[in-house]
Structures are given as C-alpha cells and as structure tokens.
Design a binder for this molecule. Sequence first.
Ligand code: PGA
Length: 254
Amino acid sequence: MRNILIAGNWKMNKTIAEAKEFAEAVKGCELSKHTELAILAPFTQIAALKEALKDTDIKVGAQNVHHEPSGAYTGEVSVAMLKELGVDYCIVGHSERRQYFGETDATVNIKLKALIAEGISPILCVGEPLAARQMGQHLTFVGSQLVTDLAGLSDKEMEQLVIAYEPIWAIGTGETATPEQAAEMCGLIRGIVEGLYCDRDIIAEHIQILYGGSMKPENAADLLAKEDIDGGLIGGASLKVDSFLELATIANEA
Ligand code: PGA
C-alpha cells in the first residue's frame, strides 16, 4: 500500500512569522503510519519551518529551483542551496511557473535530474488547460507532457519522484475534477510510468501520484478513496491551520 501525501503548496503567501505560527499550530498533529505531511513554502520561510518542525515527521519543501549549480542567474536558487536547508521536496513544473515564468518541458526535465542527484524529491506537476479537456484531448496532452518531462530518467531516479496531476482549470478556481476524472488521469499516468520503466512493478506500484486543483476537506475523502490517487497538492486549503489539519485527518482515515 502506498502512503498518502498531503502537500501544502503555499505559493507566494505568508511571512516568516506567520509560517512559524502555522508550524506551532500543526506540529502536534497525529499522523497514521501511512500519512505524510509536507509544507512547500516560499524560500524565505524554509529555514524557520525546518527549525519549528524539526522534532516532527512533517516535511518541508520548496516550490522551484534553478538547475545550474551556480552562476550568473540573478534571483535564482540552486539545488545545493536547498539541500543546505534540508529541504525534502521541491515542486517542478507547476502550471503557474509554466504560464508566468516560461518554464518549459525541457527545463522541467533538467530540474528533475538536478534535484534527484542531490536526494531531493521533485513533485512534478502535469495537467491540461480547459481547452484541451473540452476538445477531449486531455489524456494525450498530459501523456505527452509526462513523457517529455521524464525523458532520460532512469529507473533508479524514478524512485524519488512524486507526480501531481493538476488540471489547470481546477487550480484556484473552486472547480474540482470529479473523483472519476482525477482517477482516470492518475491511472493513465501510472500506466505511462509502467510502460516507460523496466522495473515496472516496483516503480509503477510505488510511485505516489497526487491530485491538485481546489482540493479541500469537503472533497478530499472522495478523491483519496480512488486507488490511483495517493494524496493531494493543495493550495488554498493548505493556508489555514484548520483545513490543513482536517486534510491530515482525512488522509489518516483513507
Ligand atoms: P488550489 O492550488 O488547491 O488552490 O487549487 C493547487 C495548486 O496549485 O497546487
């Protein structure tokens, strides 16, 4: 059985003081053996969160990284810099980064490799725009995105990867994919991974595939009940202590 990962994507929200307050409020929460919690925070909050959560099982991650080890890349942060902070996860290829910051499948691919080489688990985001779904092309859209993003990753590298299916039309809109729509795509993703890698059973059976897009306590239980959905990448509902804790409880019971 795969663990359930509830990963809060804070996006560009919270100050260090607010992050510490949040960590204090959630750090005592009980997690079942199969529940994992993570907070994916802006760079400035990572050190404070690591410190506040150090005696807990709650993981801390980043939302982006640059693939080059160092150099003249004003405003960027390297994998080694994240590693020094003790980061466990890093989101790669979120649709907001693809849309507003020119992230491409090519840069996504090198970022995945750079992170895995340093032992940080990437959370690779894939997902279709509304137009692709309306034209019935969502499966081919996400399938080809996934194959390009994973190009050249070895079986061993895949073991560290988490994938999140985030339909763009459901992010921050309040409109969630139905459990059936989300499960169909997560199943397709697992099937593609199975087809691409030799160590099929191990990789396809163990890889965690999350759903993201207006996931919240009200819809989480139905989504997590689906066999191929192993957790959530949660934006809005991860910003409030109450809903984050509720999601952890739902995962405990899933
Ligand atoms: P949302 O964001 O839960 O606010 O829709 C999810 C995400 O963008 O990761």
